[in-house]
Design a protein around this ligand. Sequence first.
Ligand code: IVH
Length: 692
Amino acid sequence: MNAHEAQHRIEELRALLHHHNYRYYILDDPEIDDAGYDALFRELLALEKAHPELADPNSPTKRVGAPPLPAFASKAHRQEMKSLDNVFDSGEWKAYLDRIRRLAPTSQFSFWVDPKFDGLAVELIFEDGRFVEALTRGDGQTGEVITENIRTVKSLQLDLNSVAHNNGQPVPRLLEVRGEVVITKQDFYLLNEKQRKIGGKTFANPRNAAAGSLRQLDSSVTAQRPLRFFAYGVGEVVWNDPTHAWTSQSSLMGGLRKLGLTTSDLGKVVSESDVQEFHDTMEEKRHELPFDIDGIVAKIDDLAIQEALGFTSRAPRFAIAWKFPAHQGKTKLLDIAIQVGRTGVLTPVAELAPIPLAGVTVSRATLHNEDEIMAKDLRIGDTVVVQRAGDVIPEVVEVVLEQRPENAKPYEFPRQCPVCGEKAVRLQGEVARRCVNMSCEAVRRQRIIHFVSKAGLDIAGIGKKWIEILVDKGLVTTPANLFRLDKMTLLSLSRMGSKSANNFLKALDEARAQADLRRFLCALGIRHVGERTAKTLAEHYPNMDGLSVVSEEELMQLPDIGPEVAGQIRAFFQSEHNQQLLIELKEVGLDPQSSSLVSGDESSQGKAPSPLAGKKIVFTGGLASMSRNEAKAIAEKVGAEVVGSVSKKTDYVVAGEDAGAKLQKARDLGVTILDLKAFLELVESPEESSTA
Ligand code: IVH
C-alpha cells in the first residue's frame, strides 16, 4: 500500500468507526458486532503505526486516554457558564412566571422542559464539526481543560460532519455545546463492585463517580469508566451562514441531535401551564430512569425572548430549575448511640441535628456496625451527608471532610455494654459486637419483648410498651415472672385500669394454655432457631425435657440443622441461666408438648404468622450456600410470595453474589435489601433483624 492509499484507507476506517460508534452509542442500534468492530479498529491501529505522519487526535484509536497530566490547565469560557435559579413548589414557580412576565409581557410562554441531570457540567468545543477542547464549568468564568478525558467518552461524537451531513444539518464554524457528564445508576453500581474487588476507591453516588472519573489527570483511567454526555444547551455558536442560526430552544436541541450529540429523549416543548405536569411526571418516574435526576429545567423556548430576558449576575432569567425535594442533605452528627438487642448485639445509631429529607424530619440514621463507622471514619461533630431513599431507614452516606472540626477524635466503638457495663465481645468472623451477659437488663428486656411478640408466643394485647414499663419498674425480670403478675400489681401502673388489667391477665392465661412447643421454641430466642428450625424440632421431640438431652450429633441428623445451629441449641441448654428459666417457666405452667408429634398434622392452629407472611420477595444473584429453589421453598413455607421482578410492591429483595440489575432497581425503588444471612434470620428470628 503506498502512502496515498494508506491515507485513503485510514480516513475510510476512521469514518467507518465513527459511524459504528454512533450506531452503537447514540442510536443504540449497531450494524456490526464487536468482532467486526475490533477488526476495523486493529486495521486502523496498524496503519496509523506505520504512518505516524497521518496521526489525528480525534481518531477512534485515541479514545483510550493520553499520557497523564501533571495538573489541569485552566481556561476562560468565551461565555460565562452561569448557574440556575431554583424553585421548589408551584407557588415559587408561579412567582417566577410573574417575575418574567413583568420583564417580557407575553400572554403564554412556551417552555422547553427536560430533566435536570445530576452530574457534572462541561463545555465541549467543536470547530467545523471537529472536537477540539473541553472545559469543566469551574467557577463559571474559568474551567479546567479536560480535553483528553472527554475524548475517551465513547458515546461522544468527535467528528460531527458525517452524521450532520446525513441528517441535512449544517455544521456551525464554532459550536460550544454544554451539557452534563453522567454515569448510569447501573454502571455506578457495577463500577463500585469492581472497585471493591480490586480494593479501589468506591463512590457514594453516581454523581461522585462521574466527577471522580472525569477529573483524572490520567485519562486512561477515565477511558475505563462508563461516562456519558448529555447536551442541554450551547455557549457561543458561529455559523458560516447566519440564516442557519437556531431560533428556539427546541430547534437547537433538535439540531444538536442531528449533529450526532446525545440529548435527553424526555425533553419537549410545553405551554407554561403544563410545566407542573412535566415536573410531577418526572418526579414519579425518576426512580425508573437510568440516570439520577434532581429536578427538571424549564427554559423559554423562543431564543429571542431568552435574549431579551438575559441574565442576572448569577443565572439566566429565561431558565429555572424546579427541583425535587432533597433525598440527601448535610447535617451534624451529634452523637453515636448504642442500642443493645435481644441477642446482645450492639447496634450503633447516628443521632443527627434534625434535617428535613423528602418531607420527613430525620434525626437518627442507622450506622449498621462497628466496621461501617471505621470505614467511613465517622467522628462525633462531623458534618455528614444523610440520605433517605424510599422507605428505607435513613443512612449516613459520607463525611464532609472539609467541615471536620479540628478537635474531632476518631470514634472508638465501646468495648463494654452501655447498659450493664460488662465486656462486649466480637467473635471471629462476626461483624457484630455483643454483650454476652445473659442477665444484662437490655438483653433481658429485649428477650421478654421477643417472647411475647408475634415472632414468639404472639400474645395479643401485651405490647412492647407495657413490657418496657414493667421492666423499668423492676416488676418483670424474666419471661417467667411475667406470668406471675397479679391484678394488684398491674393496677399500680398508671393508665392501667381494671378492664385493661383483666384483659392483660386473660391474654397471659390464653397464651399459657395455647402455647405449643414450636411457638415456645421460637419465643425463647435461641440463636439460629426460628420458624423453620423450631418446626423441625417440634416434629421430632415431645417437649423441652426431651430436647434438653439431645446431643449435637443427633440434632445434626435432622433436616436443615447443621453444626452451627446444633451447637447453638446445645449451648442454650447448657447455660445455667437458661436451665433456671425453663424451670421457672414450667412452674408458671409453660411446658408445652409437641402438637405435631401428637396429631402428626401440619395444622397451623395457634401459629403466629411469620413476619414474611404475605410479603413479596425477589431473589437475585447466586445464593452460595443454597439453590434458588431451596430459598424459594423456605420463603413460601413461611407464607411469602416469591416473584420474579422488582417493583414498588416488592417487600424484600434477597441479593446474592453478582446481583445486578434487580439489585440496582431495588436500591432505586428503596426496597429493603437482604443478604441470604439476613433473610434466613428474618425467617428464623425476626426480632433481631428488625431492630436497629
Ligand atoms: S440549562 C443557561 N439544563 O444544573 C442554562 N442545566 O444547577 C444553563 N443541569 O450548571 C443550564 N441538567 O450543569 C440545564 N437539562 C438541563 C440540566 C442542567 C443539569 C445542570 C447544569 C447547571 C446546573 C445548575
